[in-house]
Ligand binder design. Structure first.
Ligand SMILES: Cc1ncc(COP(=O)(O)O)c(C=O)c1O
Length: 444
């Protein structure tokens, strides 16, 4: 692909953005989105990019979704967009719920619709409190669950996200099994899950009674925190602890769910089930949607205790329903493809690790993959500038990527991306890594 060229057109949008838009977070490279189609994204200059970002994990099934999803949204827009679903009934949300829940074991049944991941988690927090009549929550350090007050109380991946934002919901944070950088300086499996013993011996013995904790909220794979995957048996151990206190278990599947990690929910990879699952990002096929899914055996949530004006919006549901029908009809082949493409990408990344010592760790499940970059494999000093320069170089060579954690790069193409385009993307990535690796070692 020709090297990406940026003109005044891009610079003008960025300057006007800085004048009129509140800064959230922005990448260092100047991508100004214009359109997208399947494996590719295009900027306003007409530059073409292979998409390894899925636009922050939203386009699991192709950039700008597929034509059936778009058609469904367009025809619903002409009929009725918003139906005041909290107050009036409508059939489309019911049809969606029937189709969506049929992908999961029969014990999962009831859905609450909202507009984002943070709202899906807010609902999970509130429902857990109402159901258990307990007021505390447990969550992990290095987690990301969203930025509204309840979810932000759990989020603890970067200080800037929490500074001056309290007071928070009563939350106790515990260490995540980030084995590459174990917070307890142990190594797995010799540690015998010291991080779970720690929860018993410290927070639950000295800070909060387990009988007062409504829910443990967990990302089965930490996303924004750096694509951190716990050991296979970790959640079995954790769940037996949380069950022993009657805490509900909430699995935040906003980033890792909906087949990104190879299964309908990423927690399935660990052989346990949650009481509540939360989804967003990819379930809306490009439009804003959050879902909180409850186990049928949980008590009813009192009517009026929680609601939202736009949850269940018909234009959103039309796209989500079209996508879910497609996904439901092809579950086996989707799982198979995620497995084989994920394996192919991971093996290539492992090979890169053999050649370039800037790569400290390769990790992930399914097609939720990442590399963590270090200046030195022994000290594991994060290679932050090098990470940013790799992503920038990739951008100019026509590959869109996103960071995570301190010095990690996510590799999350749409699950539908062709093997050929994945390979082309990995070639660009490898060239950029080679350059950064040589530079780090003082070579030209
Ligand atoms: C695991 C997880 N939970 C929740 C959220 C928040 O989702 P949203 O930005 O839609 O509120 C995110 C966003 O990145 C996420 O990765």
């Amino acid at each position: 692909m020709p090297r990406v060229k940026i003109s005044k057109k891009t610079k003008s949008v960025i300057e006007r953005d800085h004048r009129f838009i509140v800064t959230t977070t922005r990448e260092s490279y100047p991508f100004v989105a214009e359109s997208g189609d399947g494996d590719f994204a295009y900027d306003i200059e007409g530059n073409k990019f292979i998409d390894f970002s899925s636009f922050i994990s939203v386009y699991n099934f192709g950039v700008n979704a597929n034509s059936k999803v778009r058609e469904a949204i367009k025809s619903q827009v002409d009929k009725l967009m918003h139906s005041a679903f909290t107050d009036f009934y409508a059939e489309l949300p019911v049809k969606f719920a029937e189709e969506f829940t049929s992908m999961f074991p029969k014990q999962y049944g009831k859905l609450f619709f909202s507009n984002s991941g943070t709202e899906a988690n807010e609902a999970a927090i509130k429902f857990s409190k109402v159901i258990t009549k307990r007021s505390s929550i447990m969550a992990f350090y290095n987690s990301f669950h969203g930025r509204t007050n309840g979810s932000l109380s759990l989020t603890s991946s970067k200080l800037v996200q929490r500074e001056h934002m309290g007071p928070f919901v009563n939350t106790t944070h515990v260490p995540y099994p980030y084995c590459y950088r174990c917070p307890l300086h142990q190594s797995y499996p010799d540690c015998g899950f010291a991080c779970i013993d720690y929860i018993k011996e410290y927070p639950l013995s000295k800070e909060v009674s387990g009988n007062e904790v409504a829910a443990f909220v967990a990302e089965p794979i930490q996303g924004e925190g750096g694509y951190v995957v716990p050991p296979k048996d970790y959640f079995k151990e954790l769940k037996s602890l949380t069950d022993s206190y009657g805490m509900l278990f909430v699995s935040d599947e906003v980033q890792a769910g909906y087949f990104r990690a190879g299964k309908p929910v990423a927690l399935d990879n660990f052989g346990v089930h949650a009481d509540i699952y939360t989804f967003a990002k990819s379930v809306g096929a490009g439009l804003p949607m959050g879902i909180t899914m409850l186990k049928r055996s949980l008590p009813e949530i009192p009517a009026g205790s929680h609601a939202t004006t736009f949850g269940g919006n018909l234009a959103v549901l039309a796209g989500a329903y079209a996508l879910t029908k497609h996904v439901k009809g092809n579950m086996e082949s989707i799982e198979e493809q995620v497995h084989s493409k994920g394996h192919m990408i991971k093996s290539r990344l492992e090979k890169m690790k053999e050649h370039y010592d800037i790569i400290g760790d390769v990790r992930g499940l399914g097609m939720m993959l990442a590399i963590e970059l270090v200046k030195d494999r022994k000290t594991k000093e994060p290679a932050i500038k090098e990470r940013d320069s790799i992503m920038e170089e990739c951008f100019y060579e026509g590959l869109l990527m996103l960071p995570a954690g301190t010095s990690t790069i996510r590799i999350i193409p749409p699950l539908t991306m062709s093997v050929r385009n994945i390979e082309a993307g990995l070639d660009i990535l490898e060239d950029a890594i080679e350059k950064a690796n040589s530079k780090m070692h003082g070579k030209k």
